[in-house]
Design a protein around this ligand. Structure first.
Ligand SMILES: O=C(O)CCC(=O)C(=O)O
Ligand SMILES: [Fe+2]
Length: 417
């Protein structure tokens, strides 16, 4: 009896003092295995290719030495960004970009609100020398965790926090149904068509569904390594926009393309393959428009085709703007050939100026609306251009409801280095 009592007491003691109950441990291992299987065989891994363009990508990233391109390498290198100054905990699997998908509707609205920078000016406090640690959240998204005590600011979030209205899906469906050609509606509306030799505007070209996915994808990438920050010029002045570069990083301070972001030292994320496909189709459709002019024997003489390996993503709040400038930091080969810049506008409309001189009074003006694609190459490759104002409350309602994009405008410009 005494022996039995001691035995029971000893077992009970061991159970009570054991740090983790055995059945609990095995449950954890099982669920771990389950989630690994799900990631490898389920939708998540299938979606990797669609966003990173990894498997069949034609996009290339460059190695730079002292600012000069020395060799081209395939896109997986721009996904594996472990070399970035602070992303010590990043593995190729942990980058949110690889788990997102352009084609897959996944809500990004529940991302951690405490990681948000709040307003368009906060990234000016980001200390270039303080690394941001990249962590992975339960949902598989990567985000930066500010180091203890560091004066670090998380990337700018182009979307607002909060839940989505349940009526939104309905209004989205209605809008899609009302679009005559959901794929690429080329309408004969104001400003549409050839603005000048080599400059073509495709009005409301990007479908609402694609605009929504574009915002969600940019948000997801923009919150990770190499994400949105507020860049500055050499003289210390800040640009009136938030920027993120894909493929290669363009630094307004050095006016050079480099393979790391000055904000966090990370390699620029890759351009999602779906973005590149849209660019290529837009150029083909622009050629279709140019081809209507019977005097042109070869449309490519006026507007060469290109495969983008750089995408500069700008987000302008309603007070954002961009002074008149030329895009001339791509390779001299690209510039000499007149390979075009292709610009996507999403969100609020903006007044866009363009002309042959850096003079606002001599420039022409066009309003770029959500879904518009502007292409300038050939003889127009070196035009001066800029954004004078963003028109508040002009974005499609369903876009805002579905994405909670902040008031302002998202602009993506694609180029070939
Ligand atoms: O926002 C725009 O429409 C133009 C952006 C631009 O010119 C640039 O990023 O170089
Ligand atoms: Fe530009």
């Amino acid at each position: 009896m005494v022996f039995m009592y001691r035995l029971v007491k000893a077992k009970t003691f061991r159970l009570l003092t054991s740090p983790v109950p055995v059945p609990y441990i095995s449950r954890q291992i099982c669920s771990g295995l389950l989630s690994i299987r799900k990631m490898n065989g389920g939708k998540d891994s299938a979606s990797e290719d669609s966003i990173s363009g990894r498997a069949n990508s034609t996009s290339l990233c460059r190695d730079f030495a002292g600012g000069a391109a020395i060799k081209l390498r395939p896109s997986p290198d721009c996904i594996d960004r472990r070399e970035c100054r602070g992303a010590v905990e990043t593995s190729s699997n942990s980058l949110g970009v690889r788990h997102g998908s352009f084609g897959k509707r996944r809500s990004m609205i529940d991302l951690r609100s405490e990681q948000r920078s709040g307003d368009g000016n906060s990234s000016k406090f980001r200390n270039k020398n303080i690394p941001a640690r990249v962590k992975r959240s339960k949902s598989g998204q990567s985000y930066r965790k500010p180091d203890e005590g560091a004066n670090h600011v998380a990337p700018f979030d182009i979307c607002l926090s909060g839940s989505r209205d349940s009526t939104v899906l309905k209004s989205l469906q209605e809008m899609e149904e009302n679009q005559e050609n959901v794929e690429h509606p080329i309408e004969e509306s104001g400003g549409q068509g050839v603005l000048r030799p080599g400059m073509v505007l495709l009005k409301r070209y990007i479908s609402l569904g694609d605009q929504i996915e574009m915002v969600k994808t940019c948000r997801e990438i923009g919150l990770g390594p190499g994400g949105f920050y507020r860049p500055g010029y050499k003289n210390g002045a800040k640009l009136r926009l938030q920027m993120m570069c894909l493929g290669l990083n363009w630094d307004p301070e050095t006016r050079k393309y480099e393979d790391q972001s000055p904000a966090d030292g990370c390699k620029p994320p890759c351009i999602p393959r779906k973005f590149n496909q849209l660019v290529e189709t837009a150029i083909q459709d622009a050629h279709g428009l140019l081809g209507k002019d019977c005097t042109l024997s070869n449309v490519e003489d006026m507007l060469p085709a290109m495969s983008p390996d750089i995408c500069i993503v700008n987000f302008y709040t309603t007070t954002g703007r961009l002074g008149l400038h030329q895009d001339r930091d791509e390779s001299s080969e690209s510039l000499d050939k007149g390979l075009p810049v292709v610009s996507f506008s999403v969100g609020d409309s903006a007044e866009f100026l363009y002309g042959d001189q850096r003079d606002v009074n001599k420039a022409d003006k066009v309003v770029l609306e959500s879904g518009d694609v502007l292409i300038f190459g050939g003889k127009s490759r070196h035009i001066f251009h800029g954004v004078t104002s963003v028109i508040p409350d002009s974005a499609p309602k369903a876009l805002i409801e579905e994405t909670r994009l902040r008031p302002g405008r998202l602009n993506l410009t694609f180029r070939q280095y």
